[in-house]
Ligand binder design. Structure first.
Ligand code: PEP
Ligand code: MG
Length: 324
């Protein structure tokens, strides 16, 4: 099987009936971008900028961040790179910026932190804009959005960064801006968010955690944490449908996209792209190449009619073995 997969890696990520499903990678540290990898993907669907912050000893300065970001843009150009602004808090602590809370996942996280610390966000946005000088492949993504106001505030910061740079003689154009859909509230405000964002990216890891009220890292409740819970699948299907109606591109960058069964479901729901850790690419590509779009759509209908995660898993398992 490994041999078959390896040989398939240079073939398009496309169903047998010719439906293309762009595959992207999630990055964090400077990764070894080979020409081979670049040929096999459609870009970086999620660059987690907090990763370099986590291994640093203090907040990296503007110049330092700019170099990191330019590295990503340069390595993957001309493919798009979606750069997410700092997503700390929750399980991601910076040693030099401790956050001590009783409920970190419901607390000061992601955009909540950076909007409360505009000086941190400003340095990051300036570094991103400066890094993208001479490149046109950068997109910016805001994590952990709960309220429409937060997007407005973040966009104001972005525009301020562009103005500041202009005053310094650096012309930066406004990149495409995306909103992460990972707080369940966003399910009900997609129209308002679509007026502000150019694209959406679903963080299925957090969406699962928040919809099911199950800490994604707590082993005691690990058996309850399942992105194939019917409620999560139904939320995902709804997001894909609403984004289509609003004519906004929508992708998934959580772990579900890197799971072959999950990827087939997301393809059947109509997501425009799937972003995953590089090692997941072969199996996801192989799954997509074996299943016609209509069959994936049917699979979505069938699973949405089931009532328990166990029933969903077992149905997926049966179907997938048939398609092997
Ligand atoms: C997610 O929540 O699914 C996601 C991609 O972001 P992270 O895992 O970094 O929280
Ligand atoms: Mg997340």
């Amino acid at each position: 099987l490994t041999e078959v997969l390896e040989h398939e890696q240079d073939l398009p990520s496309e169903t047998p009936d010719g439906h293309a499903v762009p595959l992207m990678v999630n990055t964090g540290l400077a990764i070894d971008t080979t020409a081979t990898l670049k040929k096999r993907i459609s870009g970086v669907g999620l660059y987690r900028t907090e990763v370099p912050f986590m291994i640093a000893e203090r907040f990296p300065g503007e110049q330092e961040q700019m170099r990191l970001y330019r590295d990503q843009l340069e390595s993957f150009a001309p493919l798009p790179v979606v750069m997410r602004t700092l997503d700390i808090g929750g399980d991601k602590d910076l040693p030099y910026f401790p956050i001590d809370e009783a409920n970190p996942f419901l607390g000061w996280r992601g955009i909540r932190v950076t909007l409360d610390h505009p000086e941190v966000l400003m340095v990051q946005l300036r570094a991103m804009l400066r890094a993208s000088q001479g490149y046109d492949n950068m997109q910016v993504l805001f994590p952990m959005v709960t309220n429409v106001d937060e997007v407005d505030d973040a966009l104001r910061m972005l525009d301020r960064a562009i103005r500041e740079l202009a005053e310094e003689g650096i012309t930066a154009t406004r990149p495409k801006v995306g909103v992460m859909l990972e707080v369940p509230a966003t399910l009900y405000q997609l129209d308002a968010l679509a007026e502000r964002a150019d694209f959406f990216s679903v963080g299925s890891n957090d969406l699962t955690q928040y919809l099911l009220a199950v800490d994604r890292n707590n082993p005691r409740v690990a058996s309850l944490y399942d992105a194939c819970h019917p409620a999560v699948l139904s939320a995902l299907a709804r997001l894909a449908e609403d984004a289509r109606r609003l004519k906004k591109p929508i992708s998934v960058c959580g772990e579900l996209a890197g799971d072959p069964a999950g990827a087939l479901l997301l393809m059947g729901m109509g997501f425009d792209a799937l972003s995953m850790n590089a090692p997941s690419l072969p199996r996801v590509r192989a799954a997509i190449r074996r299943v016609p779009l209509d069959a994936a759509r049917m699979l979505v209908q069938e699973t949405l009619a089931l009532n328990t995660p166990t029933a969903v898993r077992s149905h997926l398992f049966t179907q997938l073995s048939e398609w092997q």
